[in-house]
Design a protein around this ligand. Structure first.
Ligand SMILES: [Zn+2]
Ligand SMILES: [Zn+2]
Length: 135
């Protein structure tokens, strides 16, 4: 699927499954994006045009958040140690079948915004448990 940032300096060709959008309600995603993040995991290859317009912020010891230097669009979150990319779903012109598949950090969602999805929900502890069982 083809995607780009707001100004078009950074363009992507990415293998993603648009029916598997993850919503994250954690405070870092909300501060970064001004609301809950809607992301898609890269399933295969990623081709980037305009790499020199990408800057990164090391948001934790294990991952960084990448953004467009020209327009500030959030591009993706990537783990340092492996090729795990969580791309901003809104970079892409999502097709009709796009769907929210999972909501995470639901225990961090503030009460002031409603979020109506029927997707499975995971708290911070659920995410940590899943992450540690994968190692
Ligand atoms: Zn841009
Ligand atoms: Zn988050």
């Amino acid at each position: 699927m083809i995607g780009q940032c707001l100004c078009g300096s950074v363009q992507f060709e990415a293998h993603i499954a648009p029916e598997k959008i993850t919503v994250c309600h954690c405070s870092m995603c909300r501060k970064w994006g001004g609301g809950p993040s809607l992301t898609l995991e890269l399933t295969d290859h990623l081709k980037v045009i305009g790499e020199k317009s990408i800057a990164k912020y090391a948001s934790s010891e294990w991952a960084a958040r990448y953004f467009c230097k020209q327009c500030g669009t959030n591009l993706y979150y990537k783990l340092n140690e492996r090729d795990y990319y969580s791309l901003n779903a809104e970079l892409f012109d999502l097709p009709e079948q796009a769907k929210i598949d999972l909501e995470i950090y639901t225990d961090h969602k503030p009460a002031y915004y409603p979020f109506l999805s029927s997707a499975p929900q995971m708290t911070e502890q659920d995410v940590i448990d899943l992450f540690s069982s994968e190692n």
